[in-house]
Design a protein around this ligand. Structure first.
Ligand SMILES: C[S@@+](CC[C@H](N)C(=O)[O-])C[C@H]1O[C@@H](n2cnc3c(N)ncnc32)[C@H](O)[C@@H]1O
Length: 287
């Protein structure tokens, strides 16, 4: 079959389910992944013959896309901060908003360096590490830092560990329940993107998230949606050095309430930032 004929089948089958642009993007990702073809290959070689052997994984992926499985699960990787991360059903797929949080932390540390503060051996803790995307990106960009990454899920930590090896960084992993367990170390920076989606927000979510991503990574009760933020802010008050920083990714609808928690816990220089979509998404405070 010709490459453009395969693409036409993708559009026939998937256009009723996804925007056309997204189908184009799926197709580009899949031919790059399975056929090692550049994204613009179709424009250059529409009549390229796809062998029977090469058609099989493409049509396999098409069937999975029809069931709304995320493309990252189909190819097994996700791109974050110009790096590849293995992803499975046990970890949240890294989101672009989270990249913005990571870039903010890197900027902040570089700012400290330019003020000639000693950032050597900076101890950073990522709470709820999932795929390890935050911890590993920080390790990659902040060479002198010592990075710890914590999660309740042993399965997630296994993937995060594989991602650290894949991206050639050293991370100290901790299997703990942050709502119950204690921490015994001091840190210069604590960062967390904890579960923050209220059950009532489920109806806004797509099947590819609800059916395939771990609910333990996503959901909190409607009654106490800030449970993780309250606990982590209190832990940070004890475990951060004086002048240490706390960074959060936050629920866009609860930015002000989360900011209030930092105020009540005597953090200063509090800043709530919006993400690229204009939603309240990131929060910083200094102890
Ligand atoms: C929103 S995900 C964030 C994953 C990753 N840091 C990211 O930004 O893509 C939240 C993570 O918190 C973990 N988690 C949930 N409950 C936890 C708990 N009680 N203690 C520690 N980690 C927990 C989940 O397993 C999940 O990996």
């Amino acid at each position: 079959m010709l490459l453009r004929e395969v693409k036409n089948i993708f559009h026939t089958e998937l256009d009723p389910l996804y925007p056309k642009e997204e189908v184009n993007s799926f197709f580009s990702i899949l031919i790059e992944h399975y056929l090692n073809l550049e994204r613009f290959a179709l424009a250059l070689q529409p009549d390229l013959i796809v062998s029977k052997e090469n058609e099989t994984p493409l049509f396999g992926a098409l069937s999975r896309l029809k069931l709304k499985e995320p493309i990252q699960h189909i190819i097994g990787t996700s791109h974050f901060m110009e790096m590849d991360f293995k992803v499975t059903k046990d970890v949240l797929i890294p989101r672009p908003e989270t990249e913005e949080l990571v870039r903010w932390i890197i900027e902040e540390v570089h700012g400290l360096e330019s003020e000639e503060q000693n950032t050597k051996g900076l101890r950073i803790l990522d709470i709820g590490t999932g795929s390890g995307c935050i911890a590993i990106s920080l390790a990659k960009h902040l060479n002198n830092a010592k990075i710890y990454a914590l999660d309740i899920s042993a399965d997630a930590l296994k993937i995060a560990n594989e991602n650290a090896v894949l991206n050639d960084v050293e991370i100290i992993f901790l299997e703990k329940n942050i709502l119950e367990d204690k921490l015994d170390k001091e840190f210069d920076i604590i960062v967390s993107n904890p579960p923050y989606v209220r059950e009532l927000e489920k109806k806004e979510m797509h099947a590819n998230v609800l059916d395939y991503e771990p609910s333990q990574a996503l959901f909190v009760s409607n009654q106490d949606p800030l449970v993780f933020y309250r606990r982590i802010t209190s832990i940070a008050s004890n475990q951060l050095i004086k002048g240490g920083y706390l960074f959060f990714e936050v629920n866009q609808y609860l930015g002000k309430e989360t900011e209030q928690l930092l105020k009540a816990n005597k953090f200063s220089e509090i800043e709530l930032r919006k993400d690229m979509f204009g939603n309240d998404r990131m929060l910083k405070g200094k102890l």
